[in-house]
Design a protein around this ligand. Structure first.
Ligand SMILES: Nc1nc2c(ncn2[C@@H]2O[C@H](COP(=O)(O)OP(=O)(O)OP(=O)(O)O)[C@@H](O)[C@H]2O)c(=O)[nH]1
Ligand SMILES: [Mg+2]
Length: 306
Protein backbone atom coordinates (compact mmCIF):
# COMPACT_ATOMS: atom_id res chain seq x y z
CA UNK A 1 0.00 0.00 0.00
CA UNK A 2 1.45 3.34 -0.97
CA UNK A 3 0.37 6.44 0.89
CA UNK A 4 1.20 10.03 0.11
CA UNK A 5 0.25 11.09 3.68
CA UNK A 6 3.40 9.60 5.16
CA UNK A 7 5.51 12.35 6.73
CA UNK A 8 8.51 10.38 8.07
CA UNK A 9 10.81 10.37 5.07
CA UNK A 10 14.27 8.76 5.16
CA UNK A 11 17.06 11.19 6.06
CA UNK A 12 19.53 12.13 3.35
CA UNK A 13 22.62 10.88 5.17
CA UNK A 14 25.84 9.25 4.09
CA UNK A 15 25.54 6.62 6.84
CA UNK A 16 24.81 3.10 5.60
CA UNK A 17 21.15 2.19 5.73
CA UNK A 18 19.77 -0.35 8.17
CA UNK A 19 16.54 -2.33 8.10
CA UNK A 20 14.95 -4.81 10.45
CA UNK A 21 11.78 -6.36 11.80
CA UNK A 22 10.64 -5.62 15.35
CA UNK A 23 7.88 -7.65 17.03
CA UNK A 24 5.60 -5.88 19.52
CA UNK A 25 4.37 -8.42 22.07
CA UNK A 26 2.76 -8.44 25.51
CA UNK A 27 -0.41 -9.44 27.27
CA UNK A 28 -3.80 -8.58 25.77
CA UNK A 29 -4.70 -4.90 26.23
CA UNK A 30 -1.09 -3.89 27.03
CA UNK A 31 -1.30 -1.15 24.35
CA UNK A 32 0.61 -2.83 21.51
CA UNK A 33 -1.59 -1.70 18.62
CA UNK A 34 -1.95 1.82 20.03
CA UNK A 35 1.83 2.10 20.25
CA UNK A 36 2.40 0.81 16.72
CA UNK A 37 -0.17 3.21 15.23
CA UNK A 38 1.40 6.10 17.16
CA UNK A 39 4.95 5.25 16.03
CA UNK A 40 3.66 5.12 12.46
CA UNK A 41 1.66 8.33 12.86
CA UNK A 42 -1.30 6.70 11.14
CA UNK A 43 -3.93 4.27 12.31
CA UNK A 44 -3.75 0.89 10.58
CA UNK A 45 -4.25 -1.55 13.48
CA UNK A 46 -7.47 -1.85 15.49
CA UNK A 47 -7.51 -0.70 19.11
CA UNK A 48 -10.04 -1.57 21.79
CA UNK A 49 -10.70 -1.20 25.49
CA UNK A 50 -11.62 -4.88 25.32
CA UNK A 51 -8.76 -7.38 25.46
CA UNK A 52 -7.86 -9.81 22.67
CA UNK A 53 -8.65 -7.39 19.88
CA UNK A 54 -5.75 -8.11 17.52
CA UNK A 55 -5.87 -11.58 15.93
CA UNK A 56 -3.22 -11.51 13.21
CA UNK A 57 0.16 -9.93 12.67
CA UNK A 58 0.08 -6.46 11.10
CA UNK A 59 3.20 -4.71 9.78
CA UNK A 60 3.93 -0.97 9.90
CA UNK A 61 6.92 0.57 8.09
CA UNK A 62 8.53 3.36 10.11
CA UNK A 63 11.47 5.40 8.81
CA UNK A 64 13.83 6.77 11.47
CA UNK A 65 16.99 8.56 10.26
CA UNK A 66 18.81 5.97 8.08
CA UNK A 67 16.78 3.07 9.53
CA UNK A 68 13.77 1.29 8.13
CA UNK A 69 11.97 -0.36 11.04
CA UNK A 70 9.18 -2.78 10.25
CA UNK A 71 7.05 -3.12 13.37
CA UNK A 72 4.98 -6.28 13.68
CA UNK A 73 1.88 -5.90 15.86
CA UNK A 74 0.78 -9.22 17.37
CA UNK A 75 -2.14 -10.71 19.30
CA UNK A 76 -1.79 -10.58 23.11
CA UNK A 77 0.03 -13.44 24.85
CA UNK A 78 -2.72 -15.46 26.53
CA UNK A 79 -3.97 -18.98 27.10
CA UNK A 80 -7.38 -20.13 25.93
CA UNK A 81 -8.66 -23.37 24.55
CA UNK A 82 -10.32 -22.34 21.29
CA UNK A 83 -8.46 -22.99 18.05
CA UNK A 84 -8.73 -19.29 17.14
CA UNK A 85 -6.94 -18.42 20.42
CA UNK A 86 -4.24 -21.01 19.77
CA UNK A 87 -3.71 -19.45 16.34
CA UNK A 88 -3.38 -16.01 17.99
CA UNK A 89 -0.78 -17.25 20.46
CA UNK A 90 1.20 -18.93 17.65
CA UNK A 91 1.10 -15.69 15.65
CA UNK A 92 2.84 -13.86 18.50
CA UNK A 93 5.43 -16.61 18.98
CA UNK A 94 6.17 -16.77 15.26
CA UNK A 95 6.66 -13.00 15.18
CA UNK A 96 9.22 -13.20 18.01
CA UNK A 97 11.08 -15.94 16.11
CA UNK A 98 10.98 -14.13 12.76
CA UNK A 99 11.98 -10.64 13.94
CA UNK A 100 15.42 -9.18 14.66
CA UNK A 101 14.32 -7.94 18.05
CA UNK A 102 11.18 -7.81 20.19
CA UNK A 103 9.54 -5.05 22.19
CA UNK A 104 7.96 -6.59 25.28
CA UNK A 105 5.18 -4.22 26.32
CA UNK A 106 4.42 -4.34 30.03
CA UNK A 107 1.87 -1.94 31.52
CA UNK A 108 3.60 -0.18 34.44
CA UNK A 109 0.92 -1.41 36.85
CA UNK A 110 1.57 -5.10 35.99
CA UNK A 111 3.70 -7.33 38.18
CA UNK A 112 6.92 -8.74 36.71
CA UNK A 113 5.29 -12.21 36.55
CA UNK A 114 4.20 -11.76 32.92
CA UNK A 115 7.80 -10.91 32.03
CA UNK A 116 9.01 -14.08 33.73
CA UNK A 117 6.51 -16.05 31.62
CA UNK A 118 7.77 -14.27 28.51
CA UNK A 119 11.33 -15.31 29.38
CA UNK A 120 10.20 -18.94 29.37
CA UNK A 121 8.93 -18.46 25.80
CA UNK A 122 12.05 -16.98 24.22
CA UNK A 123 15.71 -16.20 24.72
CA UNK A 124 15.76 -13.78 21.79
CA UNK A 125 16.95 -10.15 22.22
CA UNK A 126 14.29 -7.79 23.49
CA UNK A 127 13.59 -4.35 24.92
CA UNK A 128 11.10 -3.89 27.77
CA UNK A 129 8.66 -1.02 27.30
CA UNK A 130 6.82 0.03 30.44
CA UNK A 131 3.53 1.15 28.91
CA UNK A 132 0.69 3.42 30.10
CA UNK A 133 2.98 5.36 32.48
CA UNK A 134 0.45 8.21 32.45
CA UNK A 135 -1.53 6.07 34.94
CA UNK A 136 1.03 6.43 37.77
CA UNK A 137 3.44 8.83 39.52
CA UNK A 138 7.13 9.17 38.59
CA UNK A 139 8.03 7.45 41.86
CA UNK A 140 6.03 4.38 40.89
CA UNK A 141 7.68 4.30 37.46
CA UNK A 142 11.14 4.38 39.03
CA UNK A 143 10.17 1.67 41.52
CA UNK A 144 8.98 -0.56 38.68
CA UNK A 145 12.19 0.03 36.70
CA UNK A 146 14.13 -1.03 39.80
CA UNK A 147 12.04 -4.21 40.06
CA UNK A 148 13.04 -5.14 36.53
CA UNK A 149 16.73 -4.62 37.30
CA UNK A 150 16.93 -8.16 38.71
CA UNK A 151 16.59 -9.31 35.05
CA UNK A 152 19.03 -6.77 33.63
CA UNK A 153 21.23 -9.38 31.97
CA UNK A 154 18.15 -10.60 30.03
CA UNK A 155 17.00 -7.39 28.27
CA UNK A 156 18.72 -4.82 26.03
CA UNK A 157 17.01 -1.80 27.58
CA UNK A 158 13.98 -0.73 29.56
CA UNK A 159 12.07 2.36 28.39
CA UNK A 160 8.98 3.98 29.98
CA UNK A 161 6.35 4.98 27.37
CA UNK A 162 3.01 6.67 27.12
CA UNK A 163 1.04 7.12 23.95
CA UNK A 164 -1.68 9.28 25.43
CA UNK A 165 0.83 11.79 26.88
CA UNK A 166 2.32 12.95 23.59
CA UNK A 167 4.47 9.98 22.72
CA UNK A 168 6.77 9.82 25.74
CA UNK A 169 9.73 7.54 25.01
CA UNK A 170 9.29 7.35 21.22
CA UNK A 171 12.68 8.76 20.16
CA UNK A 172 14.40 6.58 22.74
CA UNK A 173 12.58 3.49 21.41
CA UNK A 174 13.55 4.23 17.80
CA UNK A 175 17.19 5.07 18.66
CA UNK A 176 17.52 1.91 20.77
CA UNK A 177 16.07 -0.28 18.00
CA UNK A 178 18.45 1.30 15.48
CA UNK A 179 21.39 -0.04 17.52
CA UNK A 180 20.22 -3.62 17.08
CA UNK A 181 19.06 -3.97 13.49
CA UNK A 182 21.45 -4.99 10.70
CA UNK A 183 22.99 -2.88 7.95
CA UNK A 184 20.82 -3.54 4.93
CA UNK A 185 19.28 -1.81 1.97
CA UNK A 186 15.71 -0.75 2.68
CA UNK A 187 13.42 -3.75 2.34
CA UNK A 188 10.34 -1.77 1.31
CA UNK A 189 9.55 1.52 -0.38
CA UNK A 190 10.20 4.14 2.35
CA UNK A 191 6.98 5.93 1.37
CA UNK A 192 4.82 2.89 2.13
CA UNK A 193 3.01 2.73 5.46
CA UNK A 194 2.50 -0.99 5.61
CA UNK A 195 2.96 -4.28 3.83
CA UNK A 196 -0.71 -5.15 4.42
CA UNK A 197 -3.38 -5.14 1.77
CA UNK A 198 -5.86 -2.30 2.23
CA UNK A 199 -8.75 -4.77 2.40
CA UNK A 200 -7.16 -6.40 5.47
CA UNK A 201 -7.06 -3.02 7.19
CA UNK A 202 -10.73 -2.38 6.26
CA UNK A 203 -11.55 -5.66 7.94
CA UNK A 204 -9.75 -4.57 11.13
CA UNK A 205 -11.69 -1.30 11.24
CA UNK A 206 -15.00 -3.13 10.90
CA UNK A 207 -13.93 -5.53 13.66
CA UNK A 208 -13.01 -2.53 15.82
CA UNK A 209 -16.47 -1.04 15.29
CA UNK A 210 -18.01 -4.36 16.42
CA UNK A 211 -15.78 -4.34 19.54
CA UNK A 212 -16.86 -0.74 20.26
CA UNK A 213 -20.59 -1.13 19.69
CA UNK A 214 -21.47 -4.67 20.79
CA UNK A 215 -20.99 -6.10 24.26
CA UNK A 216 -20.41 -9.48 25.91
CA UNK A 217 -18.95 -12.39 23.98
CA UNK A 218 -20.18 -11.36 20.53
CA UNK A 219 -17.00 -9.49 19.45
CA UNK A 220 -15.03 -12.63 20.28
CA UNK A 221 -17.39 -14.83 18.31
CA UNK A 222 -17.51 -12.64 15.23
CA UNK A 223 -15.23 -11.89 12.33
CA UNK A 224 -15.37 -9.98 9.07
CA UNK A 225 -14.87 -11.03 5.48
CA UNK A 226 -14.32 -8.41 2.80
CA UNK A 227 -16.39 -9.70 -0.13
CA UNK A 228 -15.70 -7.02 -2.68
CA UNK A 229 -13.85 -3.71 -3.07
CA UNK A 230 -14.58 -1.48 -6.06
CA UNK A 231 -12.50 1.62 -6.67
CA UNK A 232 -13.92 4.69 -8.37
CA UNK A 233 -12.45 8.20 -8.63
CA UNK A 234 -13.06 9.73 -5.18
CA UNK A 235 -15.09 6.74 -3.97
CA UNK A 236 -14.41 3.25 -2.63
CA UNK A 237 -17.30 0.77 -2.53
CA UNK A 238 -16.81 -2.03 -0.01
CA UNK A 239 -19.05 -5.00 0.62
CA UNK A 240 -18.34 -7.06 3.75
CA UNK A 241 -19.92 -9.89 5.71
CA UNK A 242 -19.86 -10.12 9.51
CA UNK A 243 -19.75 -13.75 10.66
CA UNK A 244 -21.25 -14.72 14.02
CA UNK A 245 -21.68 -18.03 15.82
CA UNK A 246 -25.41 -17.89 16.64
CA UNK A 247 -28.69 -16.70 15.15
CA UNK A 248 -29.38 -14.61 18.29
CA UNK A 249 -26.03 -12.83 17.77
CA UNK A 250 -27.06 -11.94 14.23
CA UNK A 251 -30.15 -10.20 15.66
CA UNK A 252 -28.02 -8.23 18.13
CA UNK A 253 -25.50 -7.16 15.47
CA UNK A 254 -28.35 -5.90 13.30
CA UNK A 255 -30.20 -4.29 16.24
CA UNK A 256 -33.67 -2.78 16.44
CA UNK A 257 -34.60 -1.55 12.99
CA UNK A 258 -30.97 -2.02 11.92
CA UNK A 259 -29.70 0.56 14.44
CA UNK A 260 -26.67 -1.43 15.63
CA UNK A 261 -25.35 -2.39 12.20
CA UNK A 262 -25.80 1.23 11.09
CA UNK A 263 -23.56 2.38 13.97
CA UNK A 264 -20.98 -0.29 13.15
CA UNK A 265 -21.04 0.71 9.48
CA UNK A 266 -20.73 4.42 10.24
CA UNK A 267 -17.82 4.02 12.68
CA UNK A 268 -15.91 1.72 10.32
CA UNK A 269 -16.62 3.94 7.31
CA UNK A 270 -15.22 7.04 9.08
CA UNK A 271 -12.00 5.20 9.97
CA UNK A 272 -11.56 3.92 6.42
CA UNK A 273 -12.29 7.35 4.91
CA UNK A 274 -9.72 8.87 7.25
CA UNK A 275 -7.07 6.39 6.12
CA UNK A 276 -7.62 6.51 2.37
CA UNK A 277 -8.78 10.12 2.09
CA UNK A 278 -11.71 9.12 -0.10
CA UNK A 279 -15.47 8.78 0.32
CA UNK A 280 -16.49 5.24 1.24
CA UNK A 281 -19.69 3.37 0.62
CA UNK A 282 -19.78 0.41 3.03
CA UNK A 283 -22.39 -2.31 2.68
CA UNK A 284 -22.53 -4.81 5.58
CA UNK A 285 -24.21 -8.22 5.76
CA UNK A 286 -24.39 -10.73 8.62
CA UNK A 287 -24.04 -14.48 8.32
CA UNK A 288 -24.20 -17.28 10.94
CA UNK A 289 -21.49 -19.96 10.99
CA UNK A 290 -21.89 -22.17 14.06
CA UNK A 291 -18.69 -22.99 15.97
CA UNK A 292 -16.38 -21.15 13.54
CA UNK A 293 -13.90 -20.12 16.28
CA UNK A 294 -13.14 -23.81 16.83
CA UNK A 295 -13.21 -24.94 13.19
CA UNK A 296 -9.64 -25.15 11.87
CA UNK A 297 -10.64 -25.68 8.23
CA UNK A 298 -12.97 -22.67 8.26
CA UNK A 299 -10.40 -20.52 10.07
CA UNK A 300 -7.85 -21.36 7.37
CA UNK A 301 -10.40 -20.58 4.66
CA UNK A 302 -10.93 -17.09 6.08
CA UNK A 303 -7.22 -16.28 6.27
CA UNK A 304 -5.89 -17.63 9.58
CA UNK A 305 -2.97 -19.59 8.14
CA UNK A 306 -1.60 -21.97 10.78
N1 LIG B 1 -3.82 5.60 29.51
C1 LIG B 1 -3.27 4.98 28.44
N2 LIG B 1 -4.04 4.10 27.76
C2 LIG B 1 -3.48 3.47 26.70
C3 LIG B 1 -2.13 3.70 26.30
N3 LIG B 1 -1.87 2.90 25.24
C4 LIG B 1 -3.01 2.20 25.00
N4 LIG B 1 -3.98 2.55 25.86
C5 LIG B 1 -5.37 2.01 25.91
O1 LIG B 1 -5.29 0.62 26.23
C6 LIG B 1 -6.36 -0.09 25.59
C7 LIG B 1 -5.79 -1.28 24.82
O2 LIG B 1 -5.02 -0.79 23.74
P1 LIG B 1 -4.61 -1.71 22.50
O3 LIG B 1 -3.60 -0.95 21.73
O4 LIG B 1 -5.82 -2.20 21.77
O5 LIG B 1 -3.93 -2.93 23.27
P2 LIG B 1 -3.29 -4.26 22.62
O6 LIG B 1 -2.10 -4.59 23.44
O7 LIG B 1 -3.08 -4.09 21.16
O8 LIG B 1 -4.44 -5.33 22.91
P3 LIG B 1 -4.75 -6.74 22.15
O9 LIG B 1 -4.76 -6.51 20.68
O10 LIG B 1 -6.10 -7.08 22.69
O11 LIG B 1 -3.69 -7.69 22.60
C8 LIG B 1 -7.07 0.91 24.70
O12 LIG B 1 -8.23 1.35 25.39
C9 LIG B 1 -6.06 2.05 24.56
O13 LIG B 1 -6.67 3.30 24.34
C10 LIG B 1 -1.35 4.66 27.04
O14 LIG B 1 -0.18 4.94 26.76
N5 LIG B 1 -1.98 5.25 28.10
MG1 LIG C 1 -3.84 -5.13 19.56
Amino acid sequence: MSESKKSTKADLTTEPTKAGFVAIVGRPNAGKSTLMNALLGEKISMVSQKANATRKRINAIVMHKNNQIIFVDTPGLHEKEKILNKFMMEEALKAIGDCDITLFLAPVTDSTEDYEKFLTLTKRPHIILLSKIDHVSNEKILKKIQEYQQYQDKFLAIIPVSVTKGGIGFTQILDEIAKHIPESPYLFNPDDLTTEMLRDIYKEFIREAIFDNISDEIPYESDVLIDKVEEFPGLEKIRATIIVEKQTQKGIIIGQGGAAIKRIGRDARLQIENLIGKKVFLDLFVSVKKGWTNDKKFLEDIGYKF
